[in-house]
Design a protein around this ligand. Sequence first.
Ligand code: GAP
Length: 445
Amino acid sequence: MPNDVVTMDKIVSLCKRRGFIFPASEIYGGIANTYDYGHYGVLLKQNVVAQWWKAMIGDRDDIVALDSAIIQHPKTWEASGHLAGFTDPLVDCRTCKQRFRADHLAELECGRRPSKHPGEDAQCDLTESREFNLMFETTIGPVKEAGATVYLRPETAQGIFLDFKQVLQFARRKPPFGIAQVGKSFRNEITPSRFVFRTLEFEQMEMEFFVPPDEAPKWYAHWLEERLDWYVRLGIDPERLRLRAHDPDELSHYSSGTSDVEYRFPFGWSELEGVANRGDFDLRAHAEHSGEKLEYVDPQGGERYIPHVIEPAAGVARSLLAFLCDGYDEDEIGGEPRTVLRLHPALAPVKVAVLPLLRKDGHPERARAVYEGLRKTLAAEYDEGGAIGRRYRRQDEIGTPFAVTIDHQTLEDATVTLRDRDTLEQERVSVDGLARLLQDRLAVD
Ligand code: GAP
């Protein structure tokens, strides 16, 4: 797969130009590390999430779905260790009034002299480093002072642990089994983000897989392989993927082993998702804090134990960014430069574009009819505005795998031109059976 031409500037500009992703609150000057998703961004995001659900509950039958609340009982975060330990070390500069990650100063720019790092200039005046909790706080109740302090969840995982007992009963499950959830999480990140790589609010795709304690190493290895393979199946070049085991000093407070699935972004190797062996840390902690027994009891043999947990935890935006970077390509058609997103068909926001060659002579009416037929089963788009070459270019930039063009001949023999985004081959095919043909080529139902 070619994509040595990709840079973050090109991705950011394509996303804005085509309305995938753009800065939030732009009319007010934007807000740090926060983005909005436009039409194609929403569709791409939905497709990424759908493929994750497919891998979790469509392709296997040992995982069930959950959608837990964003605001949970505040004791949740005491038990999970987030209140005490989910912190970053920060320093403030009394001169430029900016705040910096104390452990990232060497990579950051001074607020007044961007050519220097914070603390390097004679005028810099940094405070001592102090720990800053990343959880967003808010209040339940109409009066802030009298209300209860609660937190926006910093990970979706804890909702799964809180509901472990319920699911065990309702889903009539026995370890090994998993509970999967997709939803928004929130972290008060102050490090400047590389586009959507690190944002204040983001969607996570997390699955907690509960196993008998002695099976934890086996399932840890299983999920590492499964998760790496998911990205490859969806078209990412394996050369740009790797697994990296955390050093002992990097491990989160709950983890006895974590490996990151990393992607080689234009800015270097960075985490796409983490696969952690959380042991029995979470169930044990919530059992202690709530007084509820959170364990598995075998109804026959009376066997009883606290399951261990293997957790693949992915971020929707980071996956999406990797798919965009990996699919980005530039080539030439007839001496003209072209930008193309070679997205996997399952991820492409639009599967087929329907384009009348002319805006007259009955082309639009015939094209509309073809479009109406296709959109019953495929994500299709109709476009009649502008020269045909420009319309092809537009579809290439949003990653549409196929374009169907309606011309004079269509009116005579009910055939259309089918153009392939990647090979650029054009073939004449019959309108009858076009939907089936596309479904086969796209391998989507
Ligand atoms: N429950 C475990 C957990 O939350 P994590 O490594 O902190 O682990 C999991 O987060 C994934 O969530 C990351 O690999 C990343 O894809 C995504 N993620 C975490 N923080 C993020 C942020 N601020 N912006 C975007 N994605 C983020």
